[in-house]
Structures are given as structure tokens and as C-alpha cells.
Design a protein around this ligand. Structure first.
Ligand SMILES: *[C@@H]1O[C@H](CO)[C@@H](O)[C@H](O)[C@H]1NC(C)=O
Ligand SMILES: *[C@@H]1O[C@H](CO)[C@@H](O)[C@H](O)[C@H]1NC(C)=O
Ligand SMILES: *[C@@H]1O[C@H](CO)[C@@H](O)[C@H](O)[C@H]1NC(C)=O
Length: 598
């Protein structure tokens, strides 16, 4: 008989052996699949190896694997920047997750809900009208994209793919109902999302309640409709939309003569009415009652009137931006005696944003239809632009931040790009930029990594979207008094959602002979020209792959780990947003409604 103790021992041995077999044959933890799990609460901020307890067991046969995340996360490099999107983005140091010092961990891209609109070119094929429509559609796409949606323009092609198309074609209905039905067929064919008229615009802050509601996705049991704007905007899920269409086709036999809209055909219990005051709808009734001059122009010459309408809407979007930030624009300017050249591009941009919208027609300086009590822009009192040294956590102000690489900052501070290792180690503090920018917010005591965490939140947290713009100085134009490159401004417009007024000291394309210098809050001691020269030398060194002094870059990075980390973070965050937009543009380029279809 086996003694009792041996049984216990054998059991333990068998158990341990089993454990070993299970774990050594299981696939190694793979970050890619781990990333897809929904992790909530604070746990999402920590990297999550699959078997945390194993590290404590010290089983010799187990290799503590921590894989380099797959390079092949789609579109994860752009120029010098590399990134990896993961819930653990808030870690102070990306390299603890990616095992690649050059790869930043960014928050996962926010899901952009689809917003569809239905457009059919006019039958007459009038070029002028088509161009006017194209401008309006571009304004529409830009405005919704900036608010975190994914605008898509549908046409008859999508409606024809619907199973109900033949049926609807065979019915004799009023033209306005037919148009409405085609919109719905195209929408039902696409799926979940919003259906908007292309005269319907988001006219509020990014964090507005209605827009946040629309981004979250709608109640699957209903199709949402919205107060004050009739059938200009719906939100719903695919099955519910198609149920509604199916219901409408049943009703249509009886009501073909009287019905003029979907509301006459679809039972009321399909819809849920939502209150809102954030959507502006420029239908002819609103134009006639609010913008009489424009209404006259529209009647006299439709194409010119429509171009004017696009300008009017653009100016309202710009006015809404002004109204959203009562405290104005803050261009961060730490180390004022050395950073005049560094922040100048940001100052140029802010001056352009602060101006009143460009408009050849003075009467266009009005309020959007949903917000008749706005403060229209007054050229005598442009938006306030300040240049504080520190970051303030408030959504009342729009923040523009330009980050220098640690080496660039040292060069500026010592007024020469001839930086030595000795100088960095002996004469400079660690992470000066972060410390300066967050000292009011976080005090003087905190270490660099804790500051980096807070700073990353200030750049990329959900609550701050649409209230700031961050970039690195190394990505900006290098010369004294130089305007911003046009393609950079084009890119910014997709973030702001309106056209930035392009005067000569903003846009390089319009740059005249007289390059003027901006009025700076704190003129620099050594002269702005010298600063530009230092910036240029620093940029050249950072971009070069070899050379006698390339080591100094590594020294400055190693000395300023947190400054380097946030600099890379901002560079990658910006690069990713550009790639995201370009990818979407690429997917949509064949479907821009205004393009004549061959
Ligand atoms: C993104 O990746 C796809 C294929 O992986 C490629 O075709 C496309 O050009 C890339 N887009 C950008 C903007 O890099
Ligand atoms: C990061 O980039 C630097 C310079 O581009 C390079 O020298 C270094 O080897 C890279 N590090 C890794 C882990 O790829
Ligand atoms: C700013 O303040 C809000 C609320 O007070 C907070 O949730 C957020 O984390 C703060 N952001 C930073 C970067 O400190």
C-alpha cells in the first residue's frame, strides 16, 4: 500500500508536470491578439502579459517571452515616425511596451462612425453648378471629418444595390418622395451610421453633447431623428433601417398619391426624437428667413448663390470655433528669451485662426441658423492670442504647442548648435521642457516620467480632442519669417473643419516680397535671425544619418528621457492623424459625388 504522504507527493509532481506541459506547448503571448481584448478600468493602462503569475514561479524551462509587437500593424510608419496603437499608451515610456526605442505607443485610433449623404448631379450637367456643389460637398466633408466622423457621399449606384430598388422604381410616387426613398435605399444598403442632408452641418464644439451622442452610436431599437431639422439627419442601424424601408414599401400602395416623405410611410414607433441645438440645417426656409441677400442671389443665379452659401457655411464654422474658445488661443512659449523663432509658426497659425473669416460679402458675417445668438466676428476685436510659458488644463482655450527635440532646445539655450557632451552633463538639467511647461500644473517636485504621463494625456486624452494642436519644430519650415507650407495648412483644415484664412504672412503660396516678422510677446535677446540659424543647424544634425557629431543627439536623448519621449509621441501622433486622413481620402477619391461619373 502506498503511504498517504507519497500519494500527496505524486499528486503534486503530476500537477507540476501537467502545468509545464500546458504552458510550454501553449503559444507564446502575442500582443496582437491581446490588444483586441476589451480591457476596461485602470487595467488598460498596464501592459498585460498573458500569464503574470508565471514570472513568480521561476520555472526554468519557461522563456519569459515579451515579443516585439508586430511591425506590420497597418500603416504604422510615416517618414521617421513609427507607432503602435495600444491601450497601454499612457505608460510613461513607449519602449517598455514596444521594445523599440524609436516606436511610440499611441492610443488606439478613435472609431469614426460613418455619416452618409446622398448626392445626385443635376441632370443638365451644368459645369458651374457642379463646381458650386463640389465646394459645398467639400465643406460638408471637412466639417464632419473634423468632428470625428467618417463622411461618405452616396449616389444612385448605392441605391441600385438595394433589394428594394426595383420595387421602388416600379411605383408612381411624387418626385420628392422618390428622392427621399433613394436616399434611404442607399443608406440601408451601406449599414449602420448616420444619414445627413449635405446642407446639414455640425455647428458646435467637439465635446458637445449631441455630437458625442452621435459618435457613440445610436440605440439599435430606433432610428433617431432630431428636433428642428426635419428629415435632415437620422441615425440608425442597418437592420432597423431596412425594416423601416420594408414597412414603407408596404404602406406605399395606399398612400402613393398623398405621401411626400418617409414620415408619412414609416410608423412613428420606428423613430425616436432627440433634442438638439448643435446641428445647422441650411435648407431654403432657413436661408430665406435668416440670410435674405443670399436668398436673392440664389434665386437670381443659382451657381453663384451656391458658392456664396458654401462661403457662408464656412464662415459660420469659423465663427463657431471663435465662440468655442472664449479665452482665445494659447501658443505655448516656455524659455521666452530663446524660443521666439521656435514658436513663430504657431503664432502665425494662431493669428490666421483669430482673424475674421474671409468673405467678400459683408452680410455673410452672421450667425448659424441653430445659434442665432452667437457672437459674430468683429474685425476690431479678433480672438485673443496669448503666449503663456506653461500648459493650462482648461477647455476654454485652444492650445498650440510646438515641441523641440532636446538637442534643439539645448542649442537654442546656449545660442549655438555646437553642443558638447560635457555641457549637457554639467550645465543642463534633465527634461527642462516638460518641467517648464507643466510646472504650474504639477509643481516642481515631480519626476520626468510622471510628467510625461500627464503631458501625453494633455495631447491625446478623449476629453481634450479638438482643443489643441501639437507638433514638433523639426517638421516646420526653417527660415526667418517664412510662412507655413500650403500643404500643412491644408492638413490643419481637416482638423479644424473650416478654411483657414490665407493671407500673405500665413500661406507660403501667397507670400509676397515683404516677409514680415510677427509681433512677438517677448522678443528674444540674441535676435530672432540667430535663433533661426541655430534651429536650422539643429534640424540638419537631427536629420543626418552620420557625421562626426551624430553622437551628441544620443547624448541629449539619454540625458532627457522624458523630453525625448514626449517629442517622439507628438511626432508620431501627428503623423498618424495625417496618415489616417490620407488613407480615408484615398478610399474615397473615386466616390466624390461632385465628380462627373463617366
Ligand atoms: C497604407 O497601407 C496600404 C497597404 O498596406 C497602402 O496601399 C497605402 O498606400 C498606405 N497608405 C499610406 C497613406 O501610407
Ligand atoms: C533608433 O533610431 C536610431 C537612429 O535613427 C538608431 O541608431 C537606433 O538603432 C534605432 N533603435 C532601434 C531599436 O531600432
Ligand atoms: C484636466 O482636468 C480634467 C478634469 O478636471 C481631468 O480629467 C484631466 O485628466 C486633466 N488633464 C490633465 C492633462 O491633467
Amino acid at each position: 500500500m502506498i503511504p498517504h504522504r507519497s500519494t500527496a507527493l505524486i499528486t503534486i509532481i503530476v500537477f507540476v508536470a501537467l502545468l509545464l506541459v500546458i504552458f510550454s506547448s501553449s503559444p507564446s503571448p502575442d500582443l496582437e491578439s491581446g490588444e483586441k481584448e476589451e480591457i476596461t478600468g485602470p487595467a488598460k493602462y498596464i501592459p498585460h502579459p498573458k500569464f503574470p503569475s508565471l514570472n513568480d514561479l521561476h520555472i526554468p524551462s519557461f522563456h519569459p517571452t515579451a515579443h516585439t509587437p508586430p511591425e506590420a500593424q497597418p500603416n504604422s510608419t510615416s517618414g521617421e515616425s513609427k507607432w503602435f496603437s495600444n491601450w497601454a499608451w499612457i505608460n510613461p515610456f513607449s519602449s517598455s511596451i514596444t521594445l523599440d526605442e524609436n516606436r511610440s505607443v499611441l492610443p488606439p485610433l478613435r472609431d469614426r462612425p460613418f455619416i452618409y449623404t446622398y448626392y445626385e448631379p443635376n441632370k443638365a450637367n451644368d459645369k458651374a453648378e457642379e463646381n458650386a456643389d463640389a465646394q459645398l460637398l467639400l465643406t460638408w466633408r471637412r466639417a464632419w471629418f473634423a468632428q470625428g466622423f467618417r463622411p461618405v457621399i452616396l449616389g444612385r449606384g448605392e441605391a441600385m444595390n438595394s433589394e428594394f430598388y426595383q420595387l421602388v422604381q416600379s411605383l408612381a410616387v411624387k418626385p420628392e418622395l422618390e428622392k427621399e426613398l433613394l436616399r434611404w435605399l442607399a443608406w440601408g444598403n451601406m449599414g449602420d451610421g448616420l444619414l445627413a442632408d449635405w446642407h446639414c452641418f455640425p455647428m458646435a464644439r467637439y465635446d458637445d453633447a449631441t455630437l458625442s451622442y452621435l459618435r457613440r452610436g445610436s440605440d439599435p431599437a430606433f432610428i433617431s431623428r432630431f428636433e428642428h431639422i426635419g428629415s435632415a439627419l437620422f441615425a440608425g442601424e442597418k437592420t432597423r433601417i431596412n425594416d423601416a424601408i420594408s414597412e414603407a414599401t408596404k404602406q406605399i400602395q395606399d398612400k402613393a398619391q398623398s405621401a411626400t416623405s418617409m414620415f408619412d410611410l414609416v410608423p412613428a414607433e420606428f423613430f425616436k426624437m432627440e433634442q438638439q441645438s448643435s446641428i445647422a440645417y441650411y435648407n431654403s426656409a432657413a436661408i430665406t428667413s435668416n440670410y435674405a441677400t443670399l436668398a436673392e442671389h440664389l434665386a437670381k443665379s443659382p451657381p453663384e448663390g451656391r458658392v456664396e452659401l458654401a462661403e457662408l457655411i464656412n464662415s459660420h464654422l469659423h465663427t463657431t470655433f471663435h465662440n468655442s474658445f472664449p479665452a482665445g488661443i494659447a501658443v505655448l512659449k516656455p524659455f521666452t528669451e530663446h524660443t521666439t523663432a521656435l514658436v513663430e509658426p504657431g503664432l502665425r497659425l494662431s493669428k490666421a485662426l483669430a482673424r475674421c473669416p474671409d468673405s467678400p460679402h459683408p452680410h455673410l458675417n452672421s450667425c448659424p441658423p441653430n445659434l442665432q445668438t452667437c457672437h459674430p466676428c468683429d474685425p476690431e476685436k479678433p480672438m485673443h492670442v496669448s503666449q503663456p510659458a506653461t500648459y493650462r488644463n482648461t477647455t476654454q482655450v485652444f492650445t498650440i504647442g510646438i515641441l523641440p527635440h532636446p538637442y534643439t532646445l539645448v542649442s537654442l539655450q546656449q545660442n549655438s548648435a555646437e553642443v558638447t557632451t560635457r555641457h549637457i552633463r554639467r550645465e543642463t538639467e534633465r527634461d527642462p521642457w516638460l518641467k517648464e511647461v507643466t510646472k504650474e500644473h504639477l509643481g516642481m517636485e515631480l519626476g520626468g516620467s510622471a510628467r510625461a504621463v500627464v503631458f501625453k494625456k494633455a495631447v491625446a486624452e478623449d476629453g481634450v480632442i479638438g482643443t489643441s494642436l501639437w507638433m514638433t519644430v523639426e517638421a516646420l519650415p526653417p527660415d526667418v519669417g517664412q510662412a507655413l507650407p500650403s500643404d500643412l495648412l491644408d492638413e490643419f483644415e481637416w482638423q479644424f473643419g473650416f478654411k483657414i484664412p490665407r493671407t500673405s504672412n500665413v500661406d507660403a503660396k501667397n507670400e509676397g516680397e515683404a516677409k514680415d516678422s510677427m509681433q512677438n510677446a517677448n522678443p528674444s535677446l540674441q535676435g530672432v535671425e540667430k535663433e533661426y540659424e541655430v534651429l536650422k543647424q539643429a534640424r540638419e544634425l537631427l536629420n543626418s544619418k552620420e557625421g562626426p557629431r551624430i553622437g551628441i543627439k544620443d547624448v541629449s536623448e539619454a540625458w532627457n528621457l522624458a523630453d525625448t519621449e514626449v517629442w517622439r509621441f507628438v511626432r508620431a501622433y501627428r503623423a498618424r492623424s495625417v496618415v489616417e486622413r490620407k488613407k480615408w481620402e484615398e478610399e474615397e477619391k473615386d466616390f466624390i459625388g461632385a465628380k462627373p461619373r463617366a
